[in-house]
Design a protein. Structure first.
Length: 253
């Protein structure tokens, strides 16, 4: 009986040691994934409407769009150009209510309103320009005077197309050519307005030019004619900085 108790005690001790060892190693723990849904940021609120509007696209050159508007800087031009031909073929009269614009059709009637003072004037587009970045319209002296631009020089304005008046159309020049002569050809243009614009720009710089219409429906801007080729070359040299493609051609060419 005593021996039996001894064996039972020994078995109990061995079992206790075995159980302790298992507990020390520990059972293998399962890998638990975070199954909670990934939070997503709330949808962003729409951006507030911009306080400034995009500028209205400019109409194609020579087109008229009623109520078309544009904002920018206005300037004016006067005495140095008085009596010279404009890009439309008219003679510039600084005492008439006219203006130059880069794209609007000749004859477009435009209301020009100063954004700083509210003064306004209506003008007819008959020239191309201005060619200084940021400026959108060049007023005649008379138009500038109406809104005190002749004093300030430049001012912020809003322009709006309000109508159209017929502009006298000037036919391309017909020039009698001597038998032996030479031209300086400044350029050939598919659009007569562009050709007249080039002619006007040349004349503003003191160079007499003409627009000739060819049988191929191109309008050629030329300086001359000259009796001698060397005279034509001299004339070409005067304008080569502004018109690098200008070249001398014989009459009839």
């Amino acid at each position: 009986m005593g021996q039996a108790k001894t064996w039972v005690a020994m078995i109990a001790i061995v079992f206790s040691v075995f159980s302790a060892g298992c507990a020390h190693r520990g059972a293998k723990q399962p890998i638990v994934r975070n199954t909670a849904p990934v939070s997503t940021p709330p949808t962003a609120a729409p951006s507030p409407t911009p306080t400034t509007t995009e500028p209205t696209p400019a109409p194609a050159i020579g087109s008229v769009e009623e109520d078309w508007t544009e904002k920018g800087i206005a300037s004016w031009y006067g005495e140095p150009y008085h009596g010279r031909r404009t890009a439309s073929g008219e003679i510039y009269d600084m005492h008439q209510l006219t203006a130059a614009h880069k794209t609007l059709a000749f004859g477009s009637v435009v209301k020009v309103k100063r954004r700083d003072t509210g003064a306004d004037v209506k003008v007819r587009i008959n020239d191309r320009g201005p060619f200084i970045e940021g400026r959108i319209i060049d007023l005649s002296f008379a138009a500038a005077k109406k809104i005190d631009l002749d004093v300030d020089g430049v001012a912020p304005v809003k322009i709006k197309v309000v109508g159209h008046e017929t502009t006298p159309q000037r036919k391309p020049a017909r020039v009698e050519e001597p038998e032996d002569c030479f031209w300086v050809q400044v350029g050939a243009f598919g659009d007569p307005d562009n050709a007249r614009g080039a002619e006007a720009e040349l004349e503003r710089n003191g160079v007499e030019a003409v627009v000739l219409e060819g049988l191929d429906e191109f309008w050629r801007v030329r300086v001359g004619p000259f009796d001698e080729e060397k005279l034509a070359e001299r004339a070409r040299n005067r304008i080569t900085d502004a018109w690098p493609t200008a070249h001398v051609i014989p009459c009839g060419g």
